[in-house]
Design a binder for this molecule. Sequence first.
Ligand code: SAM
Length: 256
Amino acid sequence: MEISAKKSLGQNFLKDEQVLQNIAQTISPDLNDLILEIGPGQGALTKHLLLKGCHYLGYEIDKRMISILKNITSNVIFDDFLSRDLSLDLKDIVYQNLYVVANIPYYITTPIIEHLISSQLNFEKIVLLVQKEVAERFCAEVHSKQYGFFTVYLNYYFSVSKLFEVSRNCFQPVPNVDSAVVCFEKKDTPVIDTKKYFSFLKICFGNKRKTLKNNLKSYDWDKIEKFLESESLSTNVRAEEISSQQFLKLFEVLNS
Ligand code: SAM
């Protein structure tokens, strides 16, 4: 049965078997591992993920997909992924390592990532197909145009890398943008007050045209100046010129 794509749900189905296989090959789970998929849709990627033979759990908001997915797997929760308590959903599944692999609906890329992070689950690897420009923002180098708050935010939790690009012609319907597969791998991060850190970062990147000094007017300038000197950074430096590691150091200096 042909199901028409709903633009409002970000439905661009992947039709290229080689690309689907390449995405599935980005992870090598053991049999007792678990893969989460957000938006299995008509199951194109799901079929490849199930071949891994490990546990699988999908989240699909569109109930029209029930008739198709039920022939592939019964492990799909038909609900809005963003409304789910992931720890609760996973509590009865005994698994070792946790993976996320998904061709996600682009209109909720940031909320999906934030939902994964706030679940506090221990993800071994998260592999997402996202809009190419967004992938570039996630992996941006300091000093580049794409480097910003979200780059530094993600870098606190993960090592982020762009694995490969996917042409818009691999999808049905064809979207207006090209895509890329990005991979998030957990890293050891210092335990800090993340809420405070992210609001600090927001202030640092607050006004793009302003220097760090101007954005951080309410902070202890003596400490900031000493830090900049120790990092050989100018006092007129802007947030875009400060690396993720340096932001962490500065935050720690200001809270010491
Ligand atoms: N995985 C399929 C593929 O690669 O062909 C479909 C990918 S399509 C880009 C995104 C899928 O996410 C759609 O099936 C859509 O219905 C589903 N979706 C959209 N919003 C969702 C949400 N909030 N929670 C769960 N699934 C959602």
